[in-house]
Design a protein around this ligand. Structure first.
Ligand code: PMP
Length: 360
């Protein structure tokens, strides 16, 4: 069996131990004679699996008890609408910080429900940085302020948590949740699609402060009404059972290696190695402000775009796959999520040096 190093932005690599365990349990989960995929979500076994997954997630992130954890569907994209539908609570105003493609999409979707204002933006320099705190202009009467704490396409990460003077802070943390410790108590709501650091696509995690829910707008579909889902333990309808089970295995894996502080140390090391290689070269260039560079999504361009295809082809021959940048920006992107081993980054860096010697 030859596993490749998959640098895709999501769906992304999962830890081999997790996949092996899921494989072992595929036909018969702990003597039940069935796969988790075949279980009733109302049965004792699955309810136990979901409850344990929530407990482990709470432990990993030290989620305070006055926060609800929801396991939903519809991807992060559905949250672009669910957030205003749930959090406006009778108000009209919602503020957004724009740092790239995903925060722009979130703001555009919210404009159907809210009076959206842009609290800060990095559009002036091609979304290549995270606007510093002093540039944020949050309306005190806004129901919330939304930002994307790691922009997956541009590779821009907030390495600090914004101060919003009492206005609830909402983060789309899809592409870095669980890659580092995070002080949840600083947020009103954090959401993330699972398919990067958490598990398979199909599961979306929402962590929300209790006092912010219960005032969903009239007409909010019940499955995205946070209060109704919280009351039903995220099982108002059939939940994505298999994805929740896999996420639970990923949480166990994270705990087994020492939790978020341990994975953060690995992630820092992987990102350092790759950015140093880029900065030392004459062929590759990263356009993000160094202090805002993402540890998760490392973007780079080649000095001559005609080399893109040969670069990708050579990479694939060496088992380094899905390095092509997002179609909207071109270039390359190496996503270094939790499950990417250091050895994968070492192999990539060695290949980049070899390619530069031949073509630089
Ligand atoms: N936000 C961010 C930061 C993302 O990276 C993505 C997906 N790559 C999305 C939102 C959209 O997620 P989904 O496809 O799960 O709706």
């Amino acid at each position: 069996m030859a596993r490749v190093y998959n640098f895709g932005a999501g769906p992304a690599m999962l830890p081999e131990e997790v996949l092996a365990r899921a494989g072992d349990e595929l036909l018969d989960w702990r003597g039940t004679g069935m796969s988790v995929m075949e279980m009733s979500h109302r049965g004792e076994e699955f309810i136990g699996i979901a409850a344990e997954a929530e407990r482990d997630l709470r432990e990993l992130l030290s989620i305070p008890s006055h926060y609800k954890v929801l396991f939903l569907q519809g991807g992060a994209t559905l949250q672009f609408a669910a957030v205003p539908m749930n959090l406006l609570g009778g108000r009209r105003k919602a503020d957004y910080v724009l740092t790239g493609e995903w925060s722009r999409k979130a703001a555009a979707e919210a404009a159907a429900y809210a009076d959206v204002a842009i609290a800060a933006s990095s559009e002036d320099r091609g979304y290549g940085y995270a606007p510093p705190q002093e540039q944020w202009r949050v309306r005190p009467e806004a129901a919330y302020v939304h930002y994307c704490s790691n922009e997956t396409i541009g590779g821009v990460e907030f390495h600090w948590i914004p101060q919003t003077d009492g206005v609830p802070l909402v983060a789309d943390a899809s592409s870095h949740l669980l890659s580092r410790p995070l002080d949840i108590s600083r947020f009103g709501l954090v959401y993330a699609g699972a398919q990067k650091n958490i598990g398979p696509a199909g599961l979306t995690i929402v962590i929300v402060r209790e006092d912010l829910i219960g005032r969903a707008a009239a007409g909010t579909p019940s499955v995205i009404d946070y209060a109704r889902q919280a009351k039903a333990d995220s099982m108002l309808n059939t939940p994505p059972t298999w994805a929740i089970y896999l996420a639970g295995l990923v949480f166990k894996w994270l705990k087994s290696i020492g939790g978020l502080a341990a994975i953060e140390a690995r992630n820092i090391e992987k990102a350092r190695l790759l950015y140093e290689a880029i900065d030392a070269s004459g062929l590759y260039r990263n356009r993000v402000e160094p202090r805002d560079r993402s540890r998760m999504n490392v973007t780079f361009v080649l000095a001559d775009p005609r080399l893109d295809d040969p670069f990708l082809k050579g990479a694939e021959e060496r088992g380094l796959v899905q390095l092509k940048g997002h179609r909207s920006v071109g270039g390359m992107r190496a996503s270094l999520y939790n499950a990417m081993p250091l050895a994968g980054v070492q192999r990539l860096v060695a290949y980049m040096r070899e390619f530069e010697q031949r073509h630089g």
